[in-house]
Design a protein around this ligand. Structure first.
Ligand code: NAI
Ligand code: MG
Length: 366
């Protein structure tokens, strides 16, 4: 049956970048015969404006049923004074929580044309394509006991790193499944040298690997050494799987390997559905960028690359995802830049829709 895609443009530049994704989706329909059952819904401030909540029950239900959800961005100054319970961000949090999206995927991809944007040397990052899988729903950000209390005459702050083997096994499976659709290599990072949860993490990942994914190459690294290797020679990695805390740090560091926020896609995956594919929410890493909204300045590439991830990981269309990524590479190599991709060199930026049109033209030529 036709795969379903629920599009939630959201606020600020969300609808602007999503309009360019629609052009790309239309192209794959017409030129490649890829049919998607695309529907659209409201999230964030846009949903609040329409019915007083940042995500309606009806949209939540459609998200649960969809093969993939693609979200633009939520939030903006207009909604800053709202009560916490109806803030735009709550719409996104509800999606993540109710879909139980426990694996957060942050690719670090560096297109050759943008290699000079990185804070590292061109050689180190050019052509880089790695994926960090961060456990998102457990670990030290959630573990009990937690809190601040008084012991004797001083205060003590407590958080608990806690992982069950089930939580480790499921995120490990997500990482191994992804690796099979990529470079077939997983590096697991923890601190088994100093943490009990790290010892369990290493054991469970090793067990899941031996029992279910012996075809994938697995290695282990202490997370601190991993951080160093990520800066020294990131191309040694394919998929990195790690816990919530280390993943938070490592994925932000990896983002800096590649340059602009306007280029970074992401995904969050949950448990496999009846059809064997994971529940999935794809979204650019950036927010609603109110400072440039409604001016045609937004870079649509992060959202377009998020759709490419959906094709690869939810629609079994890795070749088409690669085709789309190559089209992005082509327009960048041709010198097209939205404003966020221009340094001091005084070139004229292209608009959001010019960038989208150029990517479609590059697809046509592919
Ligand atoms: P932001 O990511 O929206 O913007 C940070 C800076 O990057 C701004 O200068 C912006 O113009 C620029 N930028 C971001 N995306 C861009 C793109 N595609 N093309 C060109 N330039 C781009 O983060 P900020 O300013 O901290 O937050 C703005 C609003 O977005 C807030 O309401 C925040 O809560 C929300 N937000 C939403 C997220 C989401 O929906 N997942 C994530 C982060 C923030
Ligand atoms: Mg962070």
């Amino acid at each position: 049956s036709t795969p379903s895609l629920l599009i939630l443009p959201g606020d600020g530049i969300g609808p602007e970048v999503m309009a360019e994704v629609r052009k790309v989706i239309d192209w794959f329909g017409t030129a490649r015969g890829m049919q998607f059952d695309v529907s659209e819904g409201l999230v964030g401030g846009a949903a609040y404006d329409a019915h007083g909540a940042p995500l309606s029950d009806e949209t939540m239900e459609r998200a649960q049923q969809a093969d993939a959800v693609l979200l633009g961005a939520v939030g903006g100054p207009k909604y800053d004074q709202l009560d916490f319970s109806v803030k735009p961000e709550r719409g996104l949090l509800r999606l993540r929580k109710e879909m139980d999206l426990f694996a957060n995927l942050r690719p670090a991809q560096c297109f050759d044309a943008l290699a000079d944007f990185s804070s590292l040397k061109r050689d180190v990052v050019s052509g880089l394509d790695i994926m960090i899988v961060r456990e998102l729903t457990s670990g030290v950000y959630f573990g009990e006991p937690r809190g601040i209390h008084t012991e004797g005459n001083e205060r003590v702050g407590i958080n608990t790193q806690r992982y069950t083997e089930g939580e480790i096994a499921r995120v490990a499976r997500s990482a191994f499944e992804l690796a099979r659709k990529r470079g077939n290599k997983v590096c697991s990072m923890e601190k088994a040298n100093v943490m009990e949860s790290g010892i369990l993490w290493r054991d469970v990942v090793t067990e899941v690997h031996a029992a279910e994914y012996p075809d994938v190459e697995l290695s282990h690294m202490y997370a601190d050494a991993g951080a160093m290797q990520l800066c020294r020679w990131p191309k040694q990695f394919d998929v990195i799987v790690t816990d919530n805390l280390f993943g938070d740090l490592l994925s932000d560091a990896a983002a800096m390997l590649t340059g602009s926020l306007g280029m970074l896609p992401s995904a969050s995956l949950g448990a496999p559905m009846a059809n064997g594919r994971p529940k999935a929410l794809y979204e650019p890493v950036h927010g609603s960028a109110p400072d440039i909204a409604d001016q045609g300045k937004a870079n649509p590439i992060a959202c377009i690359l998020s759709f490419a991830m959906a094709m690869r990981y939810s629609f079994d269309a890795g070749d088409e995802a690669t085709r789309l990524e190559k089209a992005v590479e082509t327009v960048l190599a041709d010198g097209l830049r939205t404003a966020d991709l221009l340094g001091e060199e005084g070139r004229t930026p292209v608009s959001t829709s010019q960038m989208g049109d150029a990517i479609v033209a590059a697809l046509d030529a592919s």
